[in-house]
Design a binder for this molecule. Structure first.
Ligand code: NAP
Length: 489
């Protein structure tokens, strides 16, 4: 048995999830000399979000060169905002290059984790039992699809599926397609599909502000330059990062001049680019731009003005065998119905049962209000660390940049165990409560709290996001404040 005063090289780590953050964890663990680890992955492929979302038009709304591991730049991104399949291939390539795949147990989810006798004991979906000192939950944020609860859903005669469960066996050409929702997903689908189907209906409950950012293709010449010149590649990244930080700094202060610039750009986009006054009014939100996650699209307004397309604003009454009936009594006949209705954003690792010290259940601790110190650590859940956990910077930074700094932070905590300084470490209750209280107070000043409904809001209507600047986040992540943690052993 490991003595707390003895350094050990044999700390075992269980990583849950082989998406962007799980792959990253594996690479960094190896780099720091940890070989005794495993990744459990519920699916038969790695990639997380990028494996699950395959809908037409899928792209990342973070510039590709920022949505890239810092240690594995990619000069070959095709566009400013990379298409989903390219991102999936990138993760597959990186996982292969760093020999991560041999560490993944595919088709093995983890329904049960329990901290007992100083270790995490887990049970997997195949019945396997495993144990480790450390668990890293790299289980993602938006991975529980939310189907709208609309009467008659099962009665529809055509194909009906959620955007994150796209059925590629369904032919779309020449079909009447309806999409419910106007989030980032629906807007990307609409833009990709309107001119490929016989008719396109967008069922809009709430209009969205659209920021008209170009999605330029990198020329072969540009890619060759980035390939040949690592400094040019780094400069591209730095330049994009500056633009992104500008946005990240703007949204946390609803009254900032930068926020006003963003709102003006969205308003001008609507006024200048939607020509039919009736359609323009349908598409005009009555809340402030970026209150909901801002949609970046250079061509959604073009697409939705296509003669094939309609924006349906009358509420959905029910689904019938032949289509959607709206409150105005009209039946919108459809062959294919896509529910781009979002995700349950506050589940995180759940439905996995996670039992901490003394058998306390994470589901009871969290209920419908998940909290973790700096999104990473939860009191009484020792040696259990989350990547992109609750209340992190999901709304304003690249999730890869976040995960990279969180992994470095977690490695410092695990390092204390390896060095024999302690056997159990978790954030203490007072630091967690203080952090959460400051976070909520700051979040109320952000644009996300200015009067709209969105998946950023918690049950009390407070944005469940990081409400400070990126620099503050990275400073906080640089090294753990150890007085915020309980260390035992
Ligand atoms: P979302 O932003 O949560 O949007 C869901 C949409 O469905 C909303 O328009 C919502 O209307 C509508 N809706 C839900 N239930 C409905 C009902 N019963 N009747 C009518 N409409 C209903 O989901 P999402 O578009 O999938 O995007 C979620 C997040 O995923 C994004 O914010 C983004 O973070 C991420 N994402 C990123 C990218 C990317 O480029 N990286 C692409 C896609 C998604 P209300 O607005 O009225 O609630």
């Amino acid at each position: 048995m490991t003595n707390a005063k003895t350094a050990t090289n044999d700390v075992r780590v269980i990583v849950i999830g082989a998406g962007m953050a799980g792959i990253l964890s594996a690479i960094r663990l190896r780099e720091y000399g940890y070989e005794n680890f495993v990744i459990y992955e519920k699916s038969d492929r790695l990639g997380g979000t990028w494996r699950e979302n395959t809908y037409p038009g899928l792209a990342c709304d973070v510039p590709a060169h920022l949505y890239t591991y810092s240690f594995e730049p990619n000069p070959d991104w095709s566009h400013t905002f990379a298409p989903g399949p390219e991102i999936q291939s990138y993760f597959e390539r990186v996982a292969e290059k760093y020999n991560v795949i041999e560490k993944i147990r595919f088709n093995e989810s983890v329904p049960h984790c329990e901290f007992k006798d100083g270790k995490w004991k887990i049970r997997t979906s195949t019945g396997r039992e495993d144990e480790a000192e450390i668990v890293i939950a790299a289980t993602g944020v938006l991975h529980h699809p939310k189907m709208a609860d609309i009467p008659g859903m099962d009665s529809f005669d055509g194909a009906c599926f959620h955007s994150a469960r796209w059925d590629h066996n369904v032919e779309l050409a020449g079909k009447r397609v309806g999409v419910v929702g106007t989030g980032s997903t629906a807007i990307q689908i609409a833009t990709a599909l309107v001119d490929k189907v016989s008719h396109f209906d967008l069922f809009q409950r709430t209009p969205q502000w659209i920021m008209p950012i170009d999605n330029d293709e990198y020329t072969e010449e540009e890619k060759a330059t980035l390939r040949a010149d690592p400094q040019a590649l780094e400069a591209t990244r730095t330049e994009l990062d500056a633009g992104f930080q500008h946005f990240a700094n703007a949204v946390i202060d609803a009254d900032s001049a930068e926020m006003k610039e963003i709102e003006d750009a969205c308003l001008a986009n609507l006024e200048d680019n939607v020509h039919d006054p009736e359609l323009r009014e349908k598409l005009r939100p009555d809340y402030r731009a970026a209150c909901k996650r801002l949609i970046f699209s250079p061509d959604f307004y073009d697409a939705i003005q296509h003669p094939n397309a309609d924006v349906v604003t009358s509420g959905i009454k029910c689904i019938e065998p032949r289509g959607i009936r709206t409150e105005d009594g009209k039946l919108h006949e459809l062959d294919v119905l896509v529910m781009a209705t979002g995700f349950h954003a506050n589940k995180f690792i759940r439905p996995t049962t996670v039992l901490g010290r003394g058998g306390i259940d994470l589901d009871d601790v969290w209920g419908d209000h998940p909290v973790a110190y700096l999104s990473i650590s939860i009191p009484e859940f020792p040696n259990f660390f989350m990547l992109n956990g609750p209340n992190g910077p999901v709304g304003n930074f690249s999730l890869i940049q976040i995960a990279e700094s969180q992994v470095s932070y977690i490695l410092q905590l695990i390092g204390l165990i390896r060095a024999g300084k302690c056997r159990e470490i978790s954030a203490n209750s007072s630091a967690t409560a203080a952090f959460e209280s400051l976070r909520c107070a700051a979040a109320k000043k952000s644009i996300w709290a200015t009067g709209c409904n969105s998946w950023y809001l918690d049950k009390n209507g407070v944005p469940a996001t990081w409400p400070w600047t990126p620099s503050h986040f990275f400073e906080e992540m640089a090294s753990p404040r150890l007085d915020s943690f309980d260390q035992i052993g």
